[in-house]
Ligand binder design. Sequence first.
Ligand SMILES: [Zn+2]
Length: 216
Amino acid sequence: MKLSFHGAARSVTGSRHMVELPGQRLLLDCGLFQGRREEAHFQNRDLGFDPKSVNAVLLSHAHVDHSGALPVLPQHGFSGKVFLTRATADLTQLMLEDSARVQVSDCSYVNKKEHRKGRASVRPLYNTDDVRKLVRRFEGTRYGDLLKISPRVTASFHDAGHILGSGAIRVKYTARGNTTTILFSGDLGRSNMPILGARPRNAFTHGAIVAVVDDL
Ligand SMILES: [Zn+2]
């Protein structure tokens, strides 16, 4: 197994983590890097891996720094499913449609200025059509349900108490009688939010923790 981190390492935005198992590449989150316009543009267009090679995505929650680069994946040949809770599916669609509209209007504002200086146009990362294409790949689930990702890989979501639908993700890989468990926390906890259940006491992370354990 190989883990690689393509964002939210030494920073808190652009959460994208790759789990490579034999015959299987799983992407945990696919967030938008948020920063200065030019740097963000570069970091979000080049995701640091080949989307075509990703078999499935598991999304911890709807915040754009965890979900906002998802519509880029199908543009580059990703044809797998995106597993997430049902509440996350509903919220993510709204967040991404809004993100697409903001990008389109931001690019049109920048292009007006750039054209006057004779410079090339900038393009939004995606538009609402790209979001629609992505949403068709959503596979909504409930907390605790066991999802069969592939013959040797299962996954489940567990309430992270961060925003509606947020989930820590447990992935299990079984081969030759041995099981390896990967726990991806996503963002955990939230203060003073009685609407959210199962808030881990005294636990709050902005950014994710990944733990790998054999034979759980
Ligand atoms: Zn968050």
